[in-house]
Structures are given as structure tokens and as C-alpha cells.
Design a binder for this molecule. Sequence first.
Ligand code: BG6
Length: 489
Amino acid sequence: MAKLIPVAPFDLIIFGGAGDLAMRKLLPALFHRDRDGQIPPQSRIIATGRKAISRDAYLALVHTALAKSIGDTDADRAHWQQFAARLTYVELDARRPASWNELSGLLAEHTDRIRAIYLATPPDLFGPVAAGFRENALMLPDMRIVLEKPVGHDYASARDINDAVGACFPEQQIFRIDHYLGKETVQNLLALRFGNALFEPLWRREVVDHVQITVAEELGVGNRVGFYDDVGALRDMVQNHLMQLVCLVAMEPPASLDDDAVRDEKLKVLRSLRPMTTMDVRERTVRAQYRAGAIAGEAVPGYLDELGKPSDTETFVALKLDVENWRWSGVPFYLRTGKRLPVKHSEIVIQFKQVPHRVFDPASHDPIPNRLSILLQPDEGIKLRIMAKDPGPGGFNLRPVSLDLSFEQTFGVRYPDAYERLLIEVLRGNPALFMRRDEIETAWQWTDGILASWQDARQKMETYMAGSWGPTAAALLLDRDGRSWASEG
Ligand code: BG6
């Protein structure tokens, strides 16, 4: 692994510091970066929240949350003391001016180090927190503000939030997180496409039959059900994570990896998405909700049982989209994502076309087109399906074989969680892996069209059994085009 360079001393202020995201992702990520020596000792992690919690009680909460991340060795356990020394908890309600005093006092102690704010809160607080920093004279020239997704609920609310935060911080200092951009294999997609001469000439409509993106989750909505019911799978996953994957697959080679060079190319893809009419939405999208079922032999409840009331929120979406440009015209992109599918499995599939002419005996050769699979999780890797001759003298029989690259076996390292990388990028002040305002708003405009048509057309809510691969309608979406989802094959 490349040598890890420490970041400069910082104060990181986490709003929502006792919340789910902080406990599950942010603090474990910081713990790991600290253990690897990337966090200078004088740095502070200042968690804030509306609840009054003593520092000891907060440390106990963090320690419990980190239980899985802290290994069993003496060194790991010893490291907890060092990490805990960096943590402080401050009670703060961003909307009450008087409650900023304690934080202001703490920050005044160090005005010569990096100051970064992480908003792990609902988006309606993004504007008030940004304004609170300005009104309390807590701004430093090069500070950064991180906005956790979702940035808004639709295009209009995203624009309002961006305006409110933008009134206090210039765009280069606003880091909008999509944690998929910090995943190792997602970054490897750039390496695969632009670090190899091999694939780029094939990455186009003349050779590619279609693209599939699956982000399947085994988990249900769990204790996030209240939040999730206002959101649904299209807003929670498609508008951001899946759109970003579409962009990285479909974009033109950027001139460099500079932040704006990559983001400009992604934006062009978003602008090339063909808007869906109500008719398209009916024919090309599937929305569904899970019912009770079983996963890995365990019975699991349905979405409505978990929620405890009727709901029209989708937990699964499948859709077919078109990227209308010279490279991709006529190549469908099929996307699907859902909760309570049989396994956690995310994959991008580039399905190539059939060979143009058959030279082998049709009796001994069922031609199967090449397929490149980029496995995002849980086992990161790349597979290329090619046809090979069956060994031996029995004639010219072909069969598909797979060239497999498992990143874990090849590199033999623990892959850092996406948040580890992204937090370090924030502290270094590098926005390349974060979404620019125009990207987020363009993605919202496209998904808003689908949401509106779902309402206009009273789009049917399909159901699927927990533990299945979604409703039959999702299989039919491809079946009608003579295709099928790769991950179930
Ligand atoms: C989050 C969504 O952004 O991504 C969650 O809000 C989802 O609903 C999660 O479970 C999936 O992330 P990952 O990294 O587990 O694929």
C-alpha cells in the first residue's frame, strides 16, 4: 500500500455527532485514519448535537459504536485512548443563537488550523448551520463544509439549500458527499477506463449492447423507517449513487483528473439523459415495495409491518434510461436497486454485442457474447467473460470462461471504507470526489420528472417478497428487449 501522508492539524466539527451516520460511519472512519497515523495529535473532533450528553457518556457511546472496528490486539485497544483524547461533545441547537457560545469558545482557541464542518443532519439544517458560522464570526478563509446526502428532496429544495449554503461559503469550499465516489472499485472504474488503452475503443455503441447497474441490499429499512418513508428508493439511491455510477461509466475521458475536469464530464452525461415522458415512465420504470419473506433462511417482516401504517413509498426501483449522445445513442442503461433483496451485491455490467458472423459449428457452439462485470461490493473485482475452446481432441467446442480479478486476492490489503477516503479528501481540501452544485441539481431535475409522472400516471406499486430479486415486472423490463439481469444468472 502507498505510504500514508498525515493531514495538517484540524478541527472537525460534526453536526449530528451522536447520530446514526456519525456512529456507524464517520467515527469508525476517523478511528481507522487515526490508527494509521494520518491524524496529527493536536487535531480535534468536535461532535455537536441537540441532546445534553456529558463527555464521558459520549465517549461511552462512541466506544460501543466502534466495538466492531476496534480489533482485539493490545495495539488496537491502546489506540482507543489516543483517539478518545481527540473527541469533544458540545450541546448545540443551530437555530438558537445563544447555543453557539460553547462552540465559539472552543474554536477561538485555534484559528490557525484547518476548520471543517460535517453536516450529518437532515438537510433543513444545512442553511441554518452555515448561517450560524457566519453570524458567530466563525469563518476562516479556507474552511470547508461537508453536506451529507440527501441535498434536498427535489430540485427546488436542493436549489434552496444550495443557495442558503452558497450565501455563506464559496462553491469550492462546499463538499457534497456521495459516498459511492469514495468506494475503491468505483475509483477503479476510472483506472480501468482511462489507465488502459484496451477498453476505451470498445466503450461505445458500436460494440456495447447494453449496460446494467445493480445495487442490491439485503438489509431492510430497519430503524430508519421514519426517514425512509418520506424518501423512497428513487430519491435515496437512484438520484445520487446510481446516477453517479451512470456518469462514471458513460462519461467521456476527462482531460485530467482535476476536480472540475471530471465533474464537467459527469455533468454532460446528466444533461444527456433523455427526460422521461409519462408514457416512458409507465413503460420503462418499475416501483415496488417488499412484503414479508425470508433472507438466508430467516423470516423477515414486510415494509408495511415495519412502518406500522399504509404507505406508497417504493423500496425497489428498476428503470431503463437513454444517454443521448454520439457514444451511447441506442444503448439502453438498465438500473435497479432495492432493499431486502437476497444478497448485498453491487455490480456494473457492460454487455458486449454478439460476434458479427459465426464461424463455429452451431451444433457445438452456443455463442455467448462477452461481458465485463465490475463488482463493487461486497467482493470488489473485475470479471471478463470470454469464449474459449473446450480442451481436448473432441472437436471445436466453445464455452464461456471468466478472467477474474479479485482486488483482495491481488492486493491483499484491507480496503478502507469510502468515508475514510472522503474525510481525508475534505481535510486535504480536494473536492474532486464530491458533487458540484450543478451535478446535484441536474440529477434532481431528471428524477423529479419520474416522480411527477409516477404521480400523474398513478403508477402501479408492485410488490415483491423479501429475499427475491424484486417484482416480475423488473425481469419483464429486460425480457421485453430479449435480455435478462446478469446478477441472477
Ligand atoms: C445510503 C442510503 O446513501 O446508502 C441507504 O441512504 C443505503 O439507504 C446506503 O443503505 C447503501 O450504502 P452501501 O455503501 O452500503 O452500499
